[in-house]
Design a binder for this molecule. Structure first.
Ligand SMILES: Cc1ncc(COP(=O)(O)O)c(C=O)c1O
Length: 364
């Protein structure tokens, strides 16, 4: 019954996914549901969206196991780094492994052989992110070996862009060229390439149609937020989050009585100061202090004084508001971009930091 809660508009997420699908068809779509569905609450998002997505992407094996335990049956790719001792969990839960090294490929083959199963694998190629994957210039032996792994179903091959959301696509195009060269290795070997070739994150979906191949991997834009300020908005998507709260305390503060820890801010005239039950432990960053704006009863006001762990204050000036009145922290004209600007971070970090303590209320 917490008055501070996150409203998640599930039909809007579906609409975003459909807009992406219309743009990339006939390519398939992998909805990226890592990091608690970018903060939206995977327990509500996953069951709702599963029928509409071809594949699901997560970062770590635990996220994949969680989805399986919820009863999600769609294929799930664990895109992040994996240790060989985690491979049995992939087998047990029918998760797809991103094989990012020869050693991991060998370990996967061995584990699958021992379990007498066929494990689904996507080969991860590093074309210029320098995070995970076999470099394109060392891909030939990796691909050759993958073709002889009898207990692996090499279903996909992929890479990840470092700068596909920027105005200058030089590096993204270079990465794409390197990926194309890797795919040529299959021709040289006289073998078919894996059926799922994929590279495109949100930036590439918006700006690089030649990167779609067989599947795309939208994260941030599935949630209705664009991956960068200068990015070309070639697909219309809308945010699905509204972060609500209510006034828990309302009073007049006199001049000479500074507000909150550190006594950093005070009003020069008597002012109506209201207290909102949400703080940095909820992902309302302390760095928001004296930068954020909040909607109280439909009107925007400045946050004042240091944001505390569980509460912060808002200056209504000469306006009135009482205990229980409606407050909107995010949504209704306040965007994740605003939060990012107020805190010097990006929209991804804003959304994924909305705390576990904030209940998610799913609409639809
Ligand atoms: C491998 C991979 N693919 C796709 C995505 C989705 O990226 P975005 O949220 O920019 O669309 C991510 C997210 O970081 C990722 O790590």
């Amino acid at each position: 019954m917490r008055p501070t809660y996150l409203e998640v508009n599930l039909p809007q997420l579906k609409q975003n996914l459909e807009a992406i699908r219309a743009k990339v068809a006939p390519a398939k779509v992998m909805a990226v549901l890592k990091a608690n569905a970018y903060g939206h609450g995977v327990d509500g998002v996953a069951p709702y969206i599963a029928p509409y997505t071809d594949y699901i992407g997560v970062a770590i094996v635990e996220e994949g196991i969680h989805l399986r335990e919820m009863g999600i049956e769609k294929p799930i790719l664990v895109m992040g780094g994996t240790l060989s001792e985690q491979i049995p969990a992939f087998i047990q839960h029918d998760l797809t492994l991103a094989a990012s090294s020869m050693q991991l490929l060998e370990a996967a083959e061995q584990a699958a052989r021992a379990a007498q199963v066929k494990l689904k694998v996507h080969l991860k190629i590093d074309t210029g992110m320098e995070r995970l994957g076999v470099h394109e210039y060392e891909a030939e032996p990796f691909i050759s070996r993958s073709l002889s792994c009898s207990h692996l179903n090499i279903e996909g091959i992929f890479t990840h862009f470092a700068n596909s959301d920027s105005a200058d696509l030089t590096h993204a195009r270079l990465q794409l060229e390197r990926f194309q060269a890797v795919l040529h290795i299959y021709e040289e070997l006289g073998a078919p390439h894996p059926p799922l070739r994929h590279t495109a994150n949100s930036g590439a979906i918006l700006q690089l149609p030649e990167s779609y191949f067989d599947m795309v991997r939208p994260g941030v834009m599935f949630y209705g937020v664009y991956p960068g300020r200068g990015v070309r908005k070639t697909v219309e998507v809308k945010p699905a989050l509204t972060w609500h709260s209510r006034v828990v305390y309302s009073k007049i503060t006199k001049p000479g009585r500074p507000v909150s820890y550190g006594s950093l801010w005070q009003s020069e005239v008597p002012a109506r100061i209201v207290t909102i039950p949400c703080g940095y432990a909820d992902g309302y960053f302390r760095r928001m202090t004296d930068h954020a704006q909040v909607i109280v009863n439909g009107k925007k006001y400045p946050q004042v004084g240091r944001v505390c762990m569980d509460q912060f204050m808002v200056n209504l000036g000469g306006d009135e508001a009482g205990v229980g009145d409606e407050v909107i922290l995010l949504g209704a004209g306040i965007t994740a971009e605003d939060f990012a600007d107020w805190t010097g971070t990006n929209e991804y970090e804003v959304m994924t930091n909305i705390g576990a303590r904030v209940p998610r209320v799913f609409i639809g």
